[in-house]
Ligand binder design. Structure first.
Ligand code: CU
Ligand code: ZN
Length: 368
C-alpha cells in the first residue's frame, strides 16, 4: 500500500515528505492509521545527526496515536477500530524483565528495534523496492505504521488523539515518574528542573499525588507560567543559584523529591543537591549527550539522598498509558494547554523550527 511519510534522507537536512510503500502486518504485528503525532526532541536529535546510533534513510516520529486498521496473524489484544498509542518502550509481559515487575525495560524486541527493523529483522517500509528503516520501533511521521502488538497501548476511544498522543512519550515520562517511579507522597515538597513536556508532566503528577509545595525551575517565563497552570506553587528562574533558592523555600533542607527534565548534566547535579538530606529522592529523566558524565559528591549520598532514573519515567506502556488516558478523560490530567501548534505532515520541518526557537511546548501533527 502507498502512504505519505516524512523521511530523514540525510542528517542535518530537512525531512522529505513523500510516498512510500508499507507492507501488510506479519504475525504478531498491527497496521495502525496515525491520527496525531507529537514532534519530540528525540526526533530532532536524531535528524540533526548528533545521535551516534542514528541512521538514514528512515521515517522518524514516535509520539503517535491512531486507529488499528488491520491486524496480522495471531494478534489477540487489539482489533480493527481500536484506538491505540504507539510505544517506543514495549511491554511484552513475558520476558524476564517484564515478569520481574521491577522495570519497564522490556527485552522482547529490543535488538531489532534498535537497528530499525520489526522483530523478524526486516522493515515494512520501502520505496521502489529499496527498504527504508523504522525509527524507535514507531515511525509515526506517516499516515500508517506497522508495529508489534506488544508495542501498542489500547486506550479509551473517547479521548482526542491530538491530546493523548503526547502520552506516547514526553507527558507520560514526567507524570509516571511522579506517580509511580518516585511515588511522591501527599504533603511533600517537590522541585522540578525543566518545564518542557517532561517537567510539566512531573508537575502534573506531583499535584495528582497531593504534593504541598511544587517548585518549578526553568529559564523561560512563558514555560514557568504553564507550570503554574499545571500546579506549580513556586517558580524559579534557572541559574547558578537555583539550588539555593530551592533550599530557601524548604526551610534550608531541600525538597523531598526532585525531578530533572532537561538532559543537561549540570542541571542533573543541581537536582541531586536540591534533594533533602535524610530521604530526598532525585529522579533523573533527561537524556544527556553520549559520553557525558554526572558528578555527584559522595557526601550527598551518605547523608541519605537517593538518585534514580527511568526511561519513559519508568512507565509500563500497556499497563500505565491506558490509565493515564482514563485520567485525562475524567478531567484529572490537563494535557490540552501543552498543544501549542497544530501542523500537517507536510509542515513537519516547521515543528523542528518551532522547537529550535523554543516556541511552545508541543507541536502536534494531525492527519484527517
Ligand atoms: Cu520523545
Ligand atoms: Zn517484556
Amino acid at each position: 500500500m502507498k502512504m505519505r511519510a516524512a523521511v530523514l534522507e540525510e542528517f542535518g537536512k530537512p525531512l522529505v515528505v513523500q510516498d512510500l510503500d508499507i507492507a501488510d502486518p506479519k504475525a504478531g504485528e498491527v497496521l495502525v492509521r496515525i491520527k496525531a503525532c507529537g514532534v519530540c526532541h528525540t526526533d530532532l536529535y536524531t535528524a540533526s545527526g548528533a545521535d551516534p546510533s542514528g541512521y538514514a534513510p528512515c521515517v522518524l516520529g514516535h509520539e503517535g496515536a491512531g486507529v488499528v486498521e488491520r491486524v496480522g496473524e495471531g494478534v489477540t489484544s487489539v482489533a480493527s477500530g481500536d484506538h491505540v498509542i504507539t510505544l517506543f518502550s514495549p511491554e511484552c509481559g513475558e520476558c524476564i524483565h517484564c515478569k520481574s515487575g521491577k522495570t519497564n525495560i522490556c527485552l522482547a524486541i529490543r535488538e531489532q528495534q534498535g537497528r530499525g527493523y520489526l522483530p523478524d529483522g526486516t522493515p515494512r517500509l520501502s520505496r521502489g523496492g529499496e527498504p527504508i528503516r523504522h525509527f524507535m520501533g514507531t515511525s509515526t511521521f506517516a499516515e500508517f505504521t506497522v508495529m508489534p502488538e506488544v508495542a501498542l497501548a489500547k486506550v479509551d476511544p473517547s479521548a482526542s488523539f491530538e491530546s493523548i498522543c503526547m502520552l506516547a512519550c514526553g507527558a507520560t515520562t514526567g507524570i509516571a515518574a511522579a506517580l509511580w517511579k518516585a511515588e511522591v507522597e501527599k504533603g511533600s515538597a517537590v522541585a522540578v528542573f525543566g518545564a518542557g513536556m517532561v517537567g510539566l508532566g512531573a508537575v502534573l503528577g506531583a499535584r495528582l499525588r497531593g504534593a504541598e509545595r511544587i517548585i518549578c525551575v526553568d529559564t523561560s517565563a512563558p514555560r514557568l507560567e504553564l507550570a503554574k497552570q499545571a500546579g506549580a506553587t513556586d517558580v524559579v528562574s534557572a541559574g547558578d543559584d537555583a539550588v539555593q533558592q530551592v533550599l530557601d523555600m524548604t526551610g534550608g533542607y531541600g525538597a523531598d523529591y526532585t525531578f530533572e527534565a532537561t538532559g543537561l548534566v549540570d542541571v542533573m547535579g543541581q537536582a541531586v543537591e536540591a534533594a533533602r538530606m535524610g530521604w530526598g529522592l532525585c529522579t533523573i529523566l533527561g537524556v544527556a549527550g553520549k559520553g557525558e558524565k554526572l558528578e555527584i559528591i559522595p557526601r550527598f549520598l551518605i547523608t541519605g539522598r537517593t538518585v534514580q532514573g527511568g526511561s519513559f519515567g519508568g512507565a509500563k506502556g500497556r499497563t500505565h498509558v491506558p490509565q493515564l488516558v482514563d485520567m485525562y478523560v475524567r478531567g484529572e490530567l490537563e494535557l490540552d494547554p501543552f498543544v501549542s501548534h497544530r501542523l500537517k505532515l507536510d509542515d513537519v520541518n516547521e515543528g523542528f523550527d518551532l522547537m529550535h526557537a523554543q516556541d511552545g511546548i508541543r507541536s502536534v501533527i494531525t492527519f484527517d
